[in-house]
Design a protein around this ligand. Structure first.
Ligand SMILES: Cc1ncc(COP(=O)(O)O)c(C=O)c1O
Length: 394
């Protein structure tokens, strides 16, 4: 499928200019249809019954599971479908056997979901070292390397910033972690939807992502583990090999993380979303968004009273562009964009308050984020509307 041909699968784009995909992407018809097909044609529980519907549902569910795993290059590891990235990161924070004196290294670029779980571990005697990026969002690897010590158990970094769009050199970070014997968790909420991801090549230990940001249904995400070395959060039906009145043996594979009925329709929808993105090709997705982001940055940066946050258009980035308009609160800008041109953007702190403080942006930013259905015309409308409102500002 060609990227230019996908737009008709997203009916919402007929009436609105949706530039808020970093929060939640739109969902194409084939994903909705795949979920409806499950509910209407073969709805049943999975991994339990032997009747015909159970067999079809189990087969389709496992296929979807494999498609999601394969999409991030994770065939050799273990994937569990979660509700979102936040839950996936929380499972790592709760599932590792922490000892007093352990350390976690993270950065100030992180979304609250990849910061707060580590701060909470302080209550258990775990120290947290936070590496600060430069003013343009660039993270100096030497700073990160210096922060990783013998006691560092885990390094937890974002793959791509949801505020500045910066892509982090995760393969280099994985090398640092290997040298120091630390594990690496990658928050892939903004990378899995937008750039090719190969967790085996990166050589990370945990990769967390959100299905609802990559064309899948809300309430889906994933935690990929190189080794199934986390203590499961829950135990119960579906997650054991055997049980007696005295105790139980957990299932050896992915099932150990799937206590209770999993999100079957959601997983089938997310599997279809992964297949849809694969049909377009993630390299194509990346190039499309790089081009749109470069135009957004150039167009906005050229306007008086508009300041673009972060690195310039040439940097390694996803289609996320943050900016401020002098004399206007980001929420006001977002409201005017909606009212004047049906342009929908996010405004505020983007769940990154410590980063905003670091960048001296107390009210946050306006954030435009693109995806496969975003067109050049939409980007031009957005720039023209900001130009108009920036003339009226002050
Ligand atoms: C980088 C990053 N990490 C984590 C999250 C949290 O994702 P979710 O709300 O799906 O758990 C987001 C969501 O915006 C994000 O952008």
């Amino acid at each position: 499928m060609k990227i230019e041909e996908c737009r008709s699968d997203f009916p919402i784009t007929r009436d609105l200019i949706y530039l808020d995909s970093a929060a939640t992407s739109l969902t194409p018809k084939p994903v909705v249809e795949a979920m409806a097909e499950y509910d209407l044609r073969y709805r049943s529980n999975v991994g339990r019954g032997v009747h015909r519907l159970a067999a079809v549902a189990t087969h389709r569910y496992r296929d979807a599971h494999d498609a999601i795993k394969s999409f991030i290059g994770g065939d050799g590891g273990t994937l569990t479908v979660t509700r979102n990235t936040t839950e996936a990161i929380g499972m790592v924070a709760a599932g590792l056997a922490w000892q007093k004196g352990d350390r976690v290294v993270t950065t100030l670029l992180e979304h609250h979901s990849n910061l707060l779980p580590w701060l909470r571990l302080r209550e258990r005697g775990v120290a947290v070292d936070i590496v600060r990026p430069e003013a343009d969002g660039h993270l100096d690897l030497a700073d990160l390397e210096a922060a990783v010590r013998d006691e560092t158990r885990l390094v937890a970094v974002t793959h791509a910033s949801n505020v500045l769009g910066t892509i982090l050199p995760v393969r280099d970070i994985a090398g640092i972690c290997r040298d120091r014997g630390a594990r690496l968790l990658i928050d892939g909420a903004q990378s899995a939807p937008h750039i090719p991801v190969d967790v085996a090549a990166i050589r990370c230990d945990y990769f967390c992502f959100s299905g609802h940001k990559m064309l899948g249904p809300t309430g889906t995400g994933g935690l990929w583990m190189r080794e199934p070395d986390l203590e499961p959060l829950f135990v119960g039906g579906g997650s054991i090999e055997s049980a007696t009145a005295e105790g139980y043996t957990l299932a050896p594979g992915e099932e150990r993380y799937e206590a209770g009925t999993p999100p079957i329709a959601g997983t089938i929808g997310l599997g279809r979303a992964a297949a849809y993105l694969r049909e377009i090709g993630m390299e194509t997705v990346r190039r499309h968004e790089e081009r749109l982001a470069a135009r957004l940055i150039d167009g906005l940066a050229a306007l008086d009273r508009v300041t673009v946050a972060g690195q310039d258009a040439g940097a390694d980035r996803i289609g996320v562009v943050s900016f401020t308009v002098e004399g206007m609160h980001p929420h006001e800008v977002a409201q005017v964009l909606d009212e004047a041109s049906a342009v929908l953007v996010r405004s505020g702190h983007h769940c990154c308050q410590p980063l905003m403080e670091h960048l001296d942006l107390p009210n946050g930013t306006v954030r435009a984020s693109t995806y496969i259905y975003t067109t050049d015309e939409e980007v031009e409308t957005m720039i023209a509307t900001v130009e108009e409102l920036s003339r009226r500002a002050i």
